[in-house]
Structure formats: C-alpha cells, structure tokens
Design a protein around this ligand. Structure first.
Ligand SMILES: Nc1nc2c(ncn2[C@@H]2O[C@H](COP(=O)(O)OP(=O)(O)OP(=O)(O)O)[C@@H](O)[C@H]2O)c(=O)[nH]1
Length: 341
C-alpha cells in the first residue's frame, strides 16, 4: 500500500517539465492582464473543471425532477462521489440536506441547490481553527512536507514570492537533498521569487540543511524560513524518522519561532490525496494543507473530503502554474466559485 501511496512519477520527466516551465516563465514577462485579473475570477477559472463536474451536473438533475424524492438524492449522491467528495462526506451531505428539506418543509426542487451550497460551506468551515497561515509573530518557520511530484517546489516558490510581496524577509532551506535536480529547481524558484536560499549538496543530511537554514534565518533576521523536506519516503516508519529528526532540530534550535507544518497534496489524485494526508497526519503534526493543481481537475470535491475526514484545515490552494497562482483558501469563495454561472 505504501508503495502505491508514495509511488513516484518519472522524476527526470517531472524535472524537465518543471525546468522548461520555469524557463518559459522567466522569458515571458507575466502579462499585466493576468496579474490584474481578479482574485475571484482566477479562482473561478481554475475551478472550471470542478464546476462542470459538480454544479453543471447538479443543475441538469435538478431541472429533470418535478418533486423531491429518494431517486433525486441518489443521483446527487452519485455526482458528489464522482467529483471525489468521498463516500463518507457525500453520505453526510445528502443526509443533512434531507434533514433540512424536512425541517424547513421544502417542496421546490430548485431550492436544493442553495441547501447544497449551505451544506458545503458548513463542512468547509467546521474545522474551527484559524485558517490563515501561522506565521505571526515572526520569526516563523514553515515546514513543507509531501510526496514527490505533488507540487511542493512550486508551492514553496509561490509562497516565498507572496510573503516577500507582503513585505516579509523570506529565506528558503532546500531540505530535499535526495536529488540534485530538486535543489536546482528550488534555487530557480527562489531566484524568481527574489529570496535567498540555503542549500547543500545532493545527498547531504536534510536535518543539517534545516539546521543551517535556522542559523542563517537568525543571523539575517528573516521573518519566515520556508523549509523543503524530502518526499521520497517509502514507508511510514522512514517518514516518521526523517520528519521527527527535522522537528527535533526545529524545537531545539528555533523554539521561539512560530510554526506551521504544511502538507502539500495534489488534487488531481482525488481520494489518493486523502490517503496521503492521513498517512502524513499519523507521522507528524500537520497544521495546514495545501491542495495543488485544483485547476487541472474535476476532482475539486476532494477539498471537502480532506477537510471533513482529516479535520485539518485546507489553508492554501494552487490554481495554476504561475508564481502568483497560490491563493488563501476561502470556503465561501470556493463554494461560490464552483456554483457560479
Ligand atoms: N496546473 C497546476 N500545476 C501545478 C500546480 N502546482 C504545481 N504544478 C505543477 O506540478 C508539477 C510538479 O511540481 P513540483 O513543484 O516539481 O513538485 P514537487 O512536489 O516538488 O516534486 P519533485 O520536484 O518531483 O520533488 C510541475 O510541473 C508544476 O508546474 C498548480 O497549482 N496547478
């Protein structure tokens, strides 16, 4: 099972793709148009596949029924499961909507649409923790964990760029020392974001890189130190050992830092993303989830599954490959974006 969970895509193919992407982006100045494009419309555009996968189907179903009955709920259930909302979460949504129909004595089929939106928003807001990043007060350390290929490097680059634009002094530590390419890619992203990076040679001890990163962050008075960690971990015991070693260094060397542990998962992998998140949650204390590649998938419903089954807040979402395509996760906006026309 772990082989499957941590199964690796062809790394060199991945690296080439990413290097080409960075080169492409370096050569083209980001179109001003794109930058100006509103936050909500970028989210909406990114979620267009999910909107097709959920809302358009829901609307077709609702239009085809004259009255609310069991068959209607079964069809809605199927749509949610297909959109990777997950069986448990889907059951819960459908039961809650049925209860609301009874309680409020609703008879009009089209009212189900609003009930569904209400229910999704409820699920997405019930992890009653602060869903903004734990980076205040500074200094702060953000440990980024996740398996290879999910978009960790890209996310770190995007996050560094964002925090820097917010006026923070950011430093990156290249803790994924397993492959030279990973270090190179992260260095390119740090250049693009305009922030410094602490990196060792391929094969170095990741904990030693994090140690150096912490010392450098202290010396340079950085506000946020973002640490990459290795994702090539084949079983839970290795994963725990590796991460615990890094966590111990952080506790010992940087006790004063505000901590955030972000798990990056790839939305396009659907329920596998939920399984990965569960494994990581057992291995370490995750404080937030970043769901990447939401733009490339109709499986956006996985946000609901991750949040309701793990009780860990989704804090950031990746909605594209550009450096500014990382957004704070906002449950209301998310639901409005997938239910918009
Ligand atoms: N469409 C889209 N692509 C993304 C997003 N985030 C990352 N990617 C792409 O996903 C691919 C993998 O991203 P990486 O950042 O290299 O992933 P990683 O987890 O660091 O993986 P390794 O480099 O293999 O360790 C790259 O081609 C990225 O451009 C996103 O939000 N949307």
């Amino acid at each position: 099972m772990f082989k499957k969970l941590f199964g690796k895509k062809n790394n060199s193919e991945n690296n080439n793709q990413q290097t080409q992407q960075i080169e492409k982006e370096n050569n083209t100045t980001e179109s001003e148009e794109n930058k100006k494009e509103g936050f909500f419309s970028r989210l909406k555009k990114g979620l267009s596949k999910t909107r097709k996968g959920i809302t358009e189907k829901v609307d077709v179903i609702l239009k085809s029924y004259k009255k609310i009955d069991e068959e209607l709920f079964e069809e809605l259930e199927e749509v949610l499961i297909t959109a990777d909302v997950g069986v448990n979460t889907t059951m819960r949504i459908i039961e809650d909507v049925k209860d609301k129909v009874k309680e409020r004595k609703i008879t009009e089929v089209e009212e189900i649409r609003e009930l569904l939106k209400e229910e999704l928003k409820e699920i997405l807001t019930e992890v009653d923790e602060n869903i903004s990043l734990n980076i205040e007060p500074s200094p702060a350390i953000v440990l980024v964990v996740g398996v290879n290929g999910v978009g960790k490097t890209t996310t770190i680059g995007k996050l560094a760029y964002r925090l820097k634009n917010e006026g923070k002094k950011v430093l990156i530590a290249a803790g994924d020392t397993f492959r030279a390419a990973a270090i190179e890619q992260l260095t390119e992203w740090s250049n693009r974001a305009g922030v410094d990076i602490i990196a060792h040679q391929e094969g170095a001890d990741p904990a030693a890189v994090i140690y150096d990163g912490i010392q450098a962050a202290k010396a340079r008075k950085s506000d946020v130190l973002i640490c990459d960690t290795a994702g090539r971990l084949h079983n839970k015991k290795n994963l725990m050992n590796e991460l615990n070693k890094i966590f111990r260094i952080v506790e010992r060397e940087y006790p004063e830092a505000t901590k955030e542990v972000l798990l990056v998962v790839d939305a396009t992998t659907g329920q596998n993303a939920v399984l990965q998140a569960k494994t990581f949650k057992e291995a370490c204390d995750i404080s937030g989830i970043v769901l990447t590649k939401l733009d490339g998938t109709a499986k956006g419903g996985v946000v609901l599954a991750v949040q309701s089954e793990l009780k860990v807040p989704v804090k950031l979402v990746g909605v594209g490959e550009k450096i500014y395509d990382l957004q704070d996760f906002d449950p209301d906006n998310f639901v409005e974006a997938i239910f918009s026309e």
